[in-house]
Design a binder for this molecule. Structure first.
Ligand code: AMP
Length: 462
């Protein structure tokens, strides 16, 4: 998700930003721009590169834009659910991109439908624009604040109207959101991750704080606190897997944190071995840390093909991970006859890890020791990360020993939760709260009555 304000080619910048954010969603992408009089929108299924041709970008004029890449955590993977959503309401036009997941969307939607509202999509985000349209407040920022006081859950949002970009982070700060600014033209940028700033030649200014609304218009960027403050619950899984390693979160490097996770893993789960091999790309930084700490040489024993196109079946839940790992192939030269430590960031269903261990063995490895740079994934995420249901999470009802047997490794070691937090916070910082670790601990920061996964909302218009 990216917002740009104050550049004659705002949509082109949003496009470059979405390139850098493609890892956050591969199902659909969209950009909405404004020239001050109206909004222009392009939304399609597929990857950024395929959707935004030069011709399409020409149809997105103006000085401000918002862009979004989506993978579904609520609602289906369809064009109706592609974002940013753009609507007209009594006060003008507004577009919005949403990163996160609302936990009371069904409840709110049923109430709105009972009052006569009709919905065009099955995404939880559409509830927000309905609440904005119905608000009695006069200005857009006040309408947004009014709407968001009624929703619960995880939301980092970037709004675009004819005159402003508004970036909002929910009071618990589940999903990240950062502000940047280009030096030369004074263009403001809001982005889910700082890795997008590099391509846009923008400099990181600061993170949008949990509970903060930043309004960017031609007079500059202005900060507001429209919500009652709540304890922060930043997503720890961003650090483990989701964010790109060249991003910083809360001013700290994701890459260095992952390297520290690998170092801790080597201390917590040492093993005599000949080579440390990462599962590319998710295990690379932690494997480097493991190798540095243990003194065991690091090598690339698995190759990833970056040129395989997207298989059209990828968004389907059952085979998502399988599709990803079809891209791997073993390097016999590195693995044959060796005692191999293979490092990855997490085990979800276990199916991919099992394939990888099998692949390493069939390349002639003598022993395979699997090391995971996070604790067992025991609970599904209700706050914006796409994880399967509890039943499908292998660690929800299997011990580490049972998982070891299933994946076929000689040994298996997970990083402890304390080790994970020590790695994220850096060595010298005191342990403190402020994170959501529900996927590793089952401690839910929000009391939710709804089922773990939002049931499929009814599609009103096709
Ligand atoms: P598996 O062994 O099938 O559980 O797959 C583990 C792999 O899935 C690891 O390489 C992780 O990096 C990756 N993974 C973890 N969480 C996700 C997610 N939310 N979406 C896609 N891949 C993920």
């Amino acid at each position: 998700m990216i917002g740009v304000f104050g550049h004659p080619e705002a949509a082109n910048l949003a496009y470059l930003g979405l390139y850098a954010l493609q890892h956050r969603g591969q199902e659909s992408a969209g950009i909405v721009s404004t020239d001050g009089a109206q909004l222009f929108a392009v939304r399609e299924m597929g990857h950024v590169n395929d959707i935004f041709t030069a011709d399409r970008l020409k149809h997105l004029p103006g000085f401000a834009a918002v862009g979004h890449v989506r993978y579904s955590t609520a609602g289906e993977s369809t064009i109706q659910n592609a974002q940013p959503i753009a609507v007209n309401y009594a006060g003008g036009s507004v577009a919005v991109g949403h990163n996160g997941n609302l936990v009371n969307a069904i409840e709110l939607r049923e109430r709105l439908e009972a009052e006569g509202a009709i919905f065009a999509s099955s995404s939880d985000t559409e509830v927000i624009v309905h609440l904005i349209a119905r608000s009695r407040e006069l200005t857009l920022p006040d309408r947004i604040a009014d709407a968001l006081r009624q929703v619960r859950g995880a939301y980092s949002l970037i709004f675009l109207s004819e005159g402003m970009v508004i970036a909002v982070r929910d009071p618990m700060g589940f999903r990240p959101l950062a502000l940047g600014k280009s030096k030369d033209k004074g263009t403001w940028v809001a982005s889910s991750e700082t890795c997008a700033f590099e391509l846009l030649e923008a400099e990181f200014v600061r993170d949008v704080e949990p509970g903060e609304m930043v309004i960017i218009d031609k007079t500059g960027a202005h900060s507001f606190r429209p919500f009652a403050s709540q304890p922060a619950h930043r997503c720890v899984f961003e650090w483990v897997y989701f964010a790109r390693p060249d991003s910083t979160i809360d001013g700290r490097s994701v890459y260095r944190a992952r390297e520290r996770m690998g170092r801790r893993l080597a201390i917590e789960h040492p093993v005599p071995a000949d080579v440390v091999v990462p599962v590319p790309d998710s295990g690379v930084a932690a494997a480097i840390g493991y190798a540095r700490e243990s003194g065991i040489p690091y090598d690339q024993g698995l190759m990833r093909s970056h040129y395989m196109g997207r298989t059209f079946i990828e968004p389907s839940q059952q085979i998502r991970h399988f599709g990803v790992k079809l891209k791997l192939s073993p390097v016999r030269e590195v693995l044959a006859g060796k005692r191999v430590v293979v490092v990855d960031d997490s085990i979800v269903r276990g199916t991919t890890s099992r394939k990888i261990v099998g692949m390493i063995r069939s390349a002639g490895a003598r022993e395979v020791h699997m090391r995971i740079s996070s604790p067992p994934t025991v609970g599904p995420c209700r706050y914006g990360i796409d994880t399967p249901t509890r039943e499908e999470l292998i660690a929800s009802d299997h011990t580490a020993e049972e998982i070891r047997k299933y994946v076929g490794a000689d040994s298996l070691g997970y990083l402890s939760l304390d080790g994970l937090f020590a790695s994220v916070k850096g060595a010298n910082e005191e342990a403190k709260n402020g994170f959501c670790d529900a996927c590793f601990s089952n401690n839910q920061p929000i009391n939710i009555q709804q089922p773990a996964r939002l049931r499929q909302l009814r599609l009103v218009s096709a």
